[in-house]
Design a protein around this ligand. Structure first.
Ligand SMILES: *Cc1c(COP(=O)(O)O)cnc(C)c1O
Length: 402
């Protein structure tokens, strides 16, 4: 590796807290579905900053909208109204079918807000403070204490216990295991409509439907975490829209701002009227004019550029190509996923494949040690899939030889 890039990597390792084992590359700029490192090497990107850059890099209309807002007003306190936040909330309500929006700075904060709303809803009903939440094994909801407490991966949680408490874990797609966690204290069930980090497991239709019925019957709130699987990624604006059910609370982030830090939790009018009130929750930066100008432009471009239609078409092609790999290589067990959120499950660790791909100019990421996750920009075309498959196959041949 050239010296300049190596120097930056060394500087990074001496200045930044070592919470990531980073890939040995310094990324410098992006254009469309390609990223470039400091030395100008080009990479086809099938990660999009982990399901963030839905529109691809360096979208001129998006960039112009942000520049315009920078020259106008970056920030006001939430004690005042601002135009982009109102517009963004209206658009978000429209595409989600939810009624009330609270903007946050991140996904984890959206989950925190969702948990607070659910606890407050239950508190207003019975005045008690011992309510429980059911979460799923293999889930991922973020790194802050509340979000971590509902994250179903003991490895992430252990050193930081105790969490917020009163959490029970059930198995995704096993309704009986959820049922066995329910009692009179249960106030909410939280799950990702398609589990991301934990290994790309989509919720099954019957499972989600039964959970919805259970929640209706017992006045338990259903919280769907759409931070990774939302924003068009599965071929629906929000993944739950495919299931014919609706959550009481949902979270969104990642692609919502396509590169600026913004998330949101949304709720139905019923939850909105019976949970968080003035003084109960707040944020300094959340929903400021800058990030909300980005949200507005992202939602506009989704519509104008038929992003969801593209996801539906191209994901069928991607699935077909990935299925060919499953058929061809016996160390690849299966493919699972939804839309442009796909996982290839290997017999063993995928790190060597991902590193080899990086070397050959393809950016991929794992989801757990044995799964390659595909979360490309939503604007990819067939040629991009073909290019990805061709580089990936050249790495698999090596993998096979060991
Ligand atoms: C990424 C992610 C989060 C956390 O979002 P941050 O913006 O990193 O805090 C929460 N839930 C899911 C499903 C995610 O994929």
């Amino acid at each position: 590796m050239a010296e300049l890039m190596q120097n930056y990597i060394e500087d990074a390792e001496s200045a930044l807290l070592h919470t990531y084992n980073r890939y040995q590359v310094v990324l410098d700029r992006g254009d469309g579905v390609y990223l470039y490192d400091m030395e100008g090497k080009k990479y086809l990107d099938f990660v999009s900053g982990i399901a963030v850059f839905a529109l691809g890099y360096n979208n001129q209309e998006y960039n112009d909208a942000l520049k315009e807002q920078i020259d106008k007003l970056l920030h006001t306190s939430n004690y005042y109204y601002n135009v982009p936040a109102v517009e963004a909330a209206k658009k978000l309500k429209e595409v989600s079918g939810m009624d009330r929006v609270f903007f946050t700075n991140s996904g984890a904060e959206a989950v925190e807000g969702a948990i607070k709303a659910a606890r407050k809803y239950a508190y207003l009903k019975d005045g008690k403070t011992d309510h429980e939440i059911i979460a799923m094994n293999h889930s991922f909801h973020g790194r802050t204490m509340g979000a971590l407490s509902v994250t179903g991966n003991p490895k992430y949680r252990e050193a930081f216990e105790p969490g917020i408490g009163n959490i029970r874990f059930a198995d995704m797609n096993d309704f009986d295991s959820v049922l066995s966690c329910v009692n009179e204290k249960t106030c909410a069930i939280i799950l990702e409509t398609v589990q991301g980090e934990g290994g790309i497991y989509p919720a099954e239709q019957e499972f989600l439907q039964k959970i919805r019925e259970l929640c209706d019957e017992k006045d338990i709130l259903l919280i769907l975490d759409e931070i990774q699987c939302g924003m068009g990624r599965t071929g629906y604006m929000y993944a739950w829209q495919k299931y014919g059910i609706k959550p009481d609370i949902m979270t969104t982030a990642k692609a919502l701002g396509c590169g600026v830090p913004v998330g949101a939790f949304l709720m139905t009018e019923k939850v909105g009227q019976n949970s968080l009130k003035a003084g109960d929750h707040g944020t300094t930066y959340g929903g400021n004019p800058f990030v909300c100008a980005a949200v507005c432009k992202v939602l506009d471009l989704f519509e104008k550029n038929n992003i969801i239609e593209n996801v539906r078409q191209i994901s069928a092609y991607l699935e077909e190509k990935l299925d060919c790999l499953v058929a061809k290589y016996d160390f690849i067990q299966t493919r699972r996923g939804s839309g442009l959120m796909q996982g290839l499950v290997f017999d063993g660790p995928v790190a060597p494949v991902i590193n080899a791909a990086l070397d050959k100019g393809l950016i991929l990421i794992n989801a757990g040690a044995d799964i390659i996750r595909f979360v490309p920009p939503l604007v990819i075309g067939k040629a991009d899939v073909d290019e990805m498959i061709s580089i990936l196959e050249s790495c698999l041949a090596q993998y096979q030889k060991g």
